[in-house]
Design a protein around this ligand. Structure first.
Ligand SMILES: Cc1cc2nc3c(=O)[nH]c(=O)nc-3n(C[C@H](O)[C@H](O)[C@H](O)COP(=O)(O)OP(=O)(O)OC[C@H]3O[C@@H](n4cnc5c(N)ncnc54)[C@H](O)[C@@H]3O)c2cc1C
Length: 393
C-alpha cells in the first residue's frame, strides 16, 4: 500500500468539502480533497439553487464568487400561492435589504473545482475513501481506493464532508453519537426544463392536490417540483402528466398557465430531517449533509453545509496555526445551535405547504399558518429573515 501525509484530509468534493479545501488552502494549510465520483458527475449533479445573503458573501470572500455575482439571479421577494391566490413576501424589505441569490449548486461546485485545480491543490476524483480510522489517537488516517490501488493518507484532522450515508459518520461508534430523524410522508419530483421561468421570483404553492414549487436556475432554465407520494416512481410520471399537474396546482386567475419546455433532468427525492450529534469524534469533524439533512422546502441544505465549513475552517486554522483548541472544542455545539434552527424552519415550511390527505383539522391549521405568514408583518418578517439569511443570524 502507498503511504502519504497531509495536514487535513477532506472526504467528499461537494460544496462543503470544496469550500473547506479552498479556505484552508488559501490560509496555507495543506489538505487533500478525495471524491469517489468523477469530475463530470459532480459538476452535473443538479441539486440546490438558493444561496443565502451571508453564504453568498462567504463564497465571495473565498474567492469563488466572481461568476455567481455575474450570472446569479438576485431575488428580493418570494411568492406563496394557496387557495388559488398569489401573495408576495417582500424579503429584502423585511430583512434589512438583504436578498437571496439563485445560482445552481453544480455551478458553485464547478467554480470551486476550477479554483482548486487552477491553484494546483490536490483534488482526486474517482477516489473512494473506504476506511477512516485512528480518530481518537494522534495519528488518524484514511484509506483511499483509486485507479492505482489503495493509498493510506495520514493526517492531523479528517473532515467528513461526504454527504448522507457517507463513510465518515459511519466510522463513529454508534454508542458515541445520536441520530435524530424524521421521514415525511411525501417526496419531491423535480424537473429541470429548457424554458424561461414563468415567474421572476420563486413560487411556493400549497394546493389541495399537493405541493408545487416554481423556481429557476437561469433566465432560460426552469426548475420545478411537485409533491408526490413517497413510493411514486419516475415511470409513473410522464412529462405530460408532470406539466398538467404543475398547471393545475400553480394556476391562479392572473396566471392560468405556466411556460413549458423540454425536460432535461428529472428525479425523485425523499423528504427527511436528520441531525447527527455531536458533529465531532476525536479528530474527525462532520460538516454538511454528513451531519444533517433538511427537507428542501426551506432551501437550507447547501447553505447549512457552507456555514458549517466557515466555522470548521476558522477552528482548524486556530488550532493548526496558533495551537488554540477553543474553537475546535466548541465546533459541534456552535454548529448544532444553527442546525436545529434550520431544521425548525425547514420543518415549518414543509408542514405548512404539504396538504395532509383527509386530515381536515391539520389542513385548516396549515392554511391558518399560511395566511398568517403572508398577512402578519411580524410573521412575514420572521419568515423573510430565516429564508434570506438564517445561517448568519
Ligand atoms: C437529489 C437532491 C436534491 C436536493 N435539492 C435541494 C434543493 O433544492 N435545495 C436545497 O437547499 N438543498 C437541496 N438538496 C440538499 C443539498 O444539495 C445538500 O444539502 C448539499 O449537497 C450538501 O453539500 P455537502 O457538500 O454536505 O454534501 P454533498 O453535496 O452530498 O457532497 C458529498 C460528496 O461526498 C462524496 N462522497 C461520499 N462518500 C464518499 C467516500 N466514501 N469517499 C469519497 N467521496 C465520497 C459524494 O460523492 C459527494 O460528492 C438536495 C439534495 C439531494 C440529494
Amino acid at each position: 500500500m502507498k503511504e502519504t501525509r497531509t495536514q487535513v484530509v477532506i472526504v467528499g468534493a461537494g460544496p462543503a468539502g470544496l469550500l473547506l479545501g479552498q479556505l484552508l488552502q488559501s490560509a496555507g494549510v495543506d489538505n487533500v480533497v478525495l471524491e469517489r465520483r468523477s469530475r463530470e458527475y459532480v459538476e452535473q449533479r443538479v441539486r440546490a439553487g438558493v444561496i443565502e445573503y451571508g453564504v453568498a458573501n462567504l463564497i465571495d470572500d473565498a474567492g469563488a464568487g466572481e461568476r455567481m455575482r455575474r450570472e446569479g439571479l438576485v431575488h428580493h421577494g418570494v411568492e406563496f400561492r394557496f387557495e388559488h391566490h398569489a401573495h408576495r413576501v417582500a424579503l429584502s424589505e423585511l430583512a434589512d435589504g438583504r436578498a437571496i441569490t439563485v445560482y445552481g449548486q453544480q455551478e458553485v461546485v464547478k467554480d470551486l473545482i476550477a479554483l482548486r485545480l487552477g491553484a494546483g491543490a490536490p483534488l482526486h476524483f474517482d477516489a473512494e475513501v473506504t476506511v477512516v480510522d485512528g480518530l481518537t489517537s494522534d495519528a488518524p488516517f484514511v484509506d483511499v481506493e483509486g485507479a492505482d490501488g489503495t493509498t493510506r493518507i495520514s493526517c492531523e484532522y479528517v473532515a467528513g464532508c461526504d454527504g448522507s450515508f457517507g463513510v465518515a459518520s459511519r466510522s463513529i461508534p454508534t454508542t458515541l453519537h445520536r441520530k435524530y430523524e424524521r421521514t415525511y410522508p411525501f417526496s419531491w419530483l423535480g424537473i429541470l426544463a429548457e424554458v424561461p421561468p414563468s415567474n421572476e421570483e420563486l413560487v411556493y404553492c400549497r394546493h389541495e392536490n399537493g405541493f408545487a414549487l416554481s423556481s429557476m436556475r437561469s433566465p432560460t432554465l426552469s426548475r420545478l417540483y411537485l409533491g408526490v407520494e413517497p413510493n411514486d416512481t419516475l415511470d409513473e410520471w410522464s412529462d405530460d402528466r408532470i406539466w398538467d399537474e404543475l398547471n393545475v396546482r400553480l394556476a391562479t386567475e392572473a396566471t392560468p398557465a405556466i411556460n413549458q419546455g423540454r425536460v432535461v433532468e428529472r428525479s425523485i427525492t425523499s423528504m427527511r430531517s436528520v441531525v447527527v450529534a455531536p458533529m465531532r469524534h476525536g479528530r474527525l469533524f462532520l460538516a454538511g449533509d454528513a451531519a444533517h439533512i433538511v427537507p428542501p422546502t426551506g432551501a437550507k441544505g447547501m447553505n447549512l453545509a457552507l456555514a458549517d465549513v466557515r466555522v470548521l475552517a476558522g477552528a482548524l486554522l486556530a488550532q493548526l496555526q496558533r495551537k488554540d483548541d477553543t474553537l475546535l472544542a466548541a465546533y459541534s455545539a456552535t454548529c448544532l445551535e444553527r442546525v436545529w434552527r434550520a431544521e425548525e424552519f425547514s420543518n415549518y415550511m414543509t408542514q405548512m405547504l404539504h396538504p395532509n390527505g383527509d386530515d381536515d383539522f391539520e389542513n385548516g391549521v396549515q392554511l391558518a399558518r399560511l395566511r398568517q405568514a403572508v398577512n402578519s408583518r411580524e410573521a412575514s418578517t420572521v419568515l423573510a429573515r430565516n429564508y434570506v439569511d438564517l445561517n448568519s443570524l
